[in-house]
Design a protein around this ligand. Structure first.
Ligand code: FAD
Length: 232
């Protein structure tokens, strides 16, 4: 486990609520796609005088040698996400990690299904990009991605580019003008698209979305032992 101070190299306003933070990555920092880090900011303490630490999935891939990317949604009145969103390029964040067991299982089977809700796309994006870079990439990769409104579509451009190489269904919760993708909760959208196949599945998002999605996959015949989850 590593612990280091990392300079913010770049900040991208990805959606109205989400910023992407590119952070300096030490040469010897090793992680698996899907893992997360713990972040803290010097001087940011709770009222009880405890250093505030929060977990964030690494959205970049191990082969992005020069940086770590975090995809951070600003929570309403969120202590840490609010503070992070107010930092500027050149400021520092303290990082510890990597942590977690939500990562690609090897060997990777022919079919892999990813299902993300909101900022839950962060670890999934790392896994997807890593898989697509491999020369023996699985023959069928599917991504189901749900979010509230069209403006909440994180990594939209990149995922649309990926769509030449994988099957993507993006869904918003309720109809919106100009949106011609899917509408409805992603757990229901899966039901319209998937017939059971042997597949490893990775689900990440808010707990209600993760629970509903896993129920939905099981009802389609997916093997619960091959469904991996992360939630926050
Ligand atoms: C493994 C893991 C990976 C994660 N990866 C990501 C990621 O990639 N991207 C991401 O955006 N997030 C991620 N998270 C979530 C992240 O760790 C934080 O929980 C999130 O950013 C909110 O932290 P915060 O300090 O901003 O909000 P907090 O201050 O912790 O508040 C969270 C919410 O609770 C409300 N709240 C706080 N106190 C009270 C109270 N007393 N009563 C009622 N409501 C209250 C706040 O208004 C806010 O809406 C991950 C979490 C885990 C566990």
């Amino acid at each position: 486990m590593a612990s280091f101070k990392s300079k913010i190299l770049e900040i991208v306003d990805e959606t109205p609520r989400v910023k992407l933070f590119r952070l300096e990555r030490p040469a010897d920092f090793v992680f698996s796609p899907g893992q997360f880090i713990m972040a803290s900011i010097e001087g940011l303490y709770t009222r009880e005088n405890i250093l505030v630490k929060r977990s964030y999935s690494i959205a970049s891939t191990p082969s992005d040698n020069d940086f770590l990317e975090l995809c951070v949604s600003r929570a309403d009145n969120g202590l840490f996400s609010g503070a992070l969103h107010s930092l500027k390029k050149g400021d520092y964040v303290n990082i510890q990690g990597p942590y977690g067991v939500f990562s690609l299982r090897r060997p990777v089977p022919e079919n892999v299904t990813f299902i993300a809700g909101g900022s839950g796309i962060a670890p999934i994006r790392s896994m997807l990009r890593s898989l697509l870079m491999e020369k023996d990439a699985p023959s069928k990769i599917r991504l189901f991605y749900g979010f509230r409104a069209p403006s909440d579509f994180i990594y939209r451009k990149e995922l649309q580019e990926f769509s030449k190489r994988l099957i993507i269904a993006a869904a918003i919760d309720s109809p919106a003008e100009g949106w011609n993708g899917e509408v409805g909760f992603i757990s229901d959208v899966i039901q319209r698209h998937v017939n059971y196949e042997r597949s490893d599945s990775y689900v990440c998002g808010p707990p209600p979305m993760v629970n509903a999605t896993i129920k939905s996959l099981i009802s389609l015949g997916f093997d619960e032992r091959r469904i991996y989850r992360e939630q926050w």
